[in-house]
Ligand binder design. Structure first.
Ligand SMILES: Cc1cc2nc3c(=O)[nH]c(=O)nc-3n(C[C@H](O)[C@H](O)[C@H](O)COP(=O)(O)OP(=O)(O)OC[C@H]3O[C@@H](n4cnc5c(N)ncnc54)[C@H](O)[C@@H]3O)c2cc1C
Length: 404
């Protein structure tokens, strides 16, 4: 059996290795259009490669995927995060689970992952070709004929083909798969930070708040977690999560939208008000500037008091009902205008791709072309940060590699 894997990235390598595990006699080719293999793995996680996540609960894992959760729910029953860890450990790659559940190689170097894939491919006799871009797939009887950008010197007819070409930021990049009859979901970026050019909060760049709740009015979008104030606006896990779940809506709004920040991640205003009343009782003579509720960072607290027009030297006992209400409002419902986005350098992915309607979830085989399989980001699957995007590649690659 001759098998072609189109794309020499994470999903391509993992599926090619799985093919050899399942079908040792298969002749397997990885066909990569660029001169480089695994280039995203190299730069991933800031050069450290956040290879998966330490959480092993399928119920929790699927929550990390704005797109593809349903398909992955099935896939994780076959191969999930702990299987990934075992897979790498079995091949001599020691991993470490960070406190935030992100999993990295102990070497803290993505090259370790690349070396593992290359060594395994060599051991299993996988043929790797670079500068071998595939333009088109033609169905000939029961076989698949690949048309290359620049014809390489190999027989271009295969029994099975796995498409692992990654996310395509442009819709046209998916035309060749649409031509075969697959439905395409238009691609838009996911995992970006919010630009807020008109907001003075940017002066607080570098400030981190441990747990906020961010929402976008007029939508159901909400996310919690740490928030980082940057030179351009806002970033951090809460914002990235919001960008992922809101990828499509925010694109439709041309990245012009309002953001509400609940700095204390508590929606019950009465509870927040009670905490402030306690302070008034316990520290009546303290100036509001000198007693920060909810452990908010100093610079942020000063900024918020300023923003809601409360004099910093006011004492807690002089705050009054109006002052207290103002404080509650700014803590729980602070408004910002976002205008534009910035690519998050650590990780970005594409929302959209080959529609999951066109793919069989138990095999990853195309529903329209027999013997054609998909894996990785080329599909309409993407996750939030935390190793989830690679995990989607490993899971779908493991399943596609069965060629069932
Ligand atoms: C900067 C950055 C950092 C990231 N860090 C992390 C992280 O730490 N953890 C995590 O989980 N995710 C991370 N991601 C996301 C993760 O890298 C991707 O989700 C993952 O690489 C997808 O794997 P893939 O194999 O589907 O696609 P890719 O890795 O994009 O590989 C696709 C390959 O196919 C090739 N190709 C495309 N078209 C053709 C064609 N027609 N013919 C032949 N070859 C073709 C491409 O050149 C490419 O080499 C990061 C992404 C970026 C951009």
């Amino acid at each position: 059996m001759r098998v072609a894997v189109i794309g020499g990235g994470a999903a391509g390598f993992f599926s090619a290795l799985a093919v050899k595990d399942n079908h040792p006699d298969a002749e397997v080719f990885i066909l990569e259009k660029s001169p480089k293999l695994l280039s995203k793995v190299k730069v991933s996680g800031g050069g450290r490669c956040n290879v998966t996540n330490g959480n092993t609960s399928i119920k929790d894992l699927v929550k990390a995927y704005p797109r593809g959760a349903k398909l992955l729910k099935k896939g994780f029953q076959v191969f999930k995060t702990n299987d990934t860890m075992q897979w790498f450990e079995d091949r001599g790659v020691s991993l470490v689970i960070q406190e935030d559940d992100c999993v990295f190689p102990v070497s803290q170097n993505s090259q370790t992952i690349i070396d593992c894939f290359l060594t395994e491919s060599r051991r299993l006799g996988i043929n790797i070709m670079t500068k071998a871009g595939v333009d088109k797939i033609v169905v000939v009887d029961n076989k698949l004929k690949l048309i290359f950008t620049k014809e390489p010197s190999i027989d271009n007819t295969f029994d099975k083909v796995i498409v692992a070409t990654g996310g395509s930021p442009r819709r046209q990049g998916l035309d060749w798969l649409e031509d075969l009859g697959h439905q395409i979901v238009s691609p838009v970026p996911s995992l970006f930070t919010f630009n807020m050019p008109s907001e003075s909060v940017r002066d607080l760049m570098g400030v981190v708040v441990e747990n906020v709740l961010v929402t976008i009015p007029g939508t159901k979008l909400k996310a919690d977690g740490p928030l980082l104030i940057t030179h351009w606006g806002m970033s951090g896990p809460a914002i990235l999560k919001l960008s992922a779940f809101g990828a499509r809506v925010l694109s439709e709004r041309n990245y012009q939208f309002e953001v509400l920040v609940n700095w204390v991640a508590e929606q019950n205003q009465e509870l927040v008000s009670n905490v402030l009343k306690e302070i008034t009782k316990d520290h009546p003579k303290k100036q509001i500037v000198n007693y920060r509720p909810f452990g908010l960072p100093v610079r942020l607290w000063h900024y918020l008091l300023h923003k809601c027009g409360l004099p910093l030297d006011k004492t807690w006992q002089d705050l009054g009902k109006k002052g207290l209400n103002r404080m509650v409002a700014i803590l729980t419902n602070d408004q910002y205008q976002a205008s534009g986005k910035t690519t998050f350098k650590e990780e970005f992915v594409t929302c959209g791709g080959v529609s999951l309607e066109s793919i069989h979830p138990l095999t990853m085989e195309s529903r329209v072309v027999k013997n054609l399989y998909f894996t990785g980001e080329v599909m309409d699957i993407d996750g939030i940060t935390g190793g989830y995007n690679f995990q989607a590649a490993w899971t779908t690659g493991f399943i596609a590699g069965k060629l069932s």
